[in-house]
Design a protein around this ligand. Sequence first.
Ligand code: C5P
Length: 396
Amino acid sequence: MLSLSNKRILLGITGGIAAYKCAELTRLFIKAGAEVRVVMTQSATEFITPLTLQALSGNRVHLDLLDPEAEAAMGHIELARWADLVLVAPATANSIARIAHGEADDILTTLVLATPAAIAIAPAMNQGMWSDAQTQANITALAARGYTLIGPGSGEQACGDVGLGRLSEPEEIVTACAALFDTGALAGRHVVITGGPTREALDPVRYISNHSSGKMAYALAAEAAAAGARVTLISGPVTLATPERVTRVDVISAQDMLAATLEVVGNSDVFIGVAAVADYRPAQIAEQKIKKAGEAITLSLVKNPDIIAEVASLTQRPTLVVGFAAETENVVANGQGKLAAKKLDLLFANQATDTFNSDSVAITAVDAAGVTELAAGNKHLVARKMLHLIAERLTR
Ligand code: C5P
């Protein structure tokens, strides 16, 4: 599958007629799941406007090394670190020469020197300039430094010549860039995860909740993103930082969590219900703080929606619906019961008392085919094993 899911591409445009193809190139990158930021040399702006690239990439275009405003938003060193790939396209003979000689007198050449990311060059120039010995020496030097060369293609040129020097077609460039990444077992998949506890309000200052820390859901979200998935994490109130490249939707109650889930889950590939959803909520939320009254009071509770069961019954159901069962006894038997009752494809069962707020976990995977013990360990390590089982079932 062609995917650049979650990849961060810094597109450096230099001043050649083929710069106009960067509009299509940016569009295709975004369609393939990448995030794109654009850097342009001064002469590139003569061929295509920064506004076009800003609109297509959804990010401000960087033009100047010493622009205080752009530096305040994302400084050039930060930008260099942000990228997974720096692609110079079209790369003119002049820009190739300057990069080959390590110059750093504008934002693009500076980024190329500063970045720890992979660098790809897609040349575009007149065929005579391409075959010139100096250009060829520069290209050889860049290849020796590990840069990837994409194209150039052969054919009719803007100047009327015919030969090597055309910018590769945008589709070819996207394919070549995707090939540079080991895109991971979940590349291009949309994974929706619920995590953390829910809080069910009693009055403006009190609620019913549980001890879920959200650590398991956050570890799964981080590891799914690392495996190339687009991840939406619907999170109850927790104190954890959002993992990189994960879209987080914050919710409070079970009803909020259900609404947020139904908004995004249609046509997703995998739904993982990790949240410790409160089974019941107060029948009424008092408008004012409930006053102390006597030795005992009675709370009236009503059942909350079962989010995962609703997801599993949708007509546009995710390919895989994966549940969790935190049990205090008969872990496997109860897990098997839940798998059937909620129409789940896979269930991860664990001993409830061991896991809340802990960094490690022991999991038993239960599905129609049987039971698999996942060796205990750190939640991130176990999350990777779980995602491995999920990826296997997606490709069956
Ligand atoms: O029935 P039990 O709460 O043990 O089931 C646990 C599984 O169901 C978990 O995957 C949990 O996220 C999900 N669940 C849910 N909505 C509820 C209760 C549980 O999605 N109201």
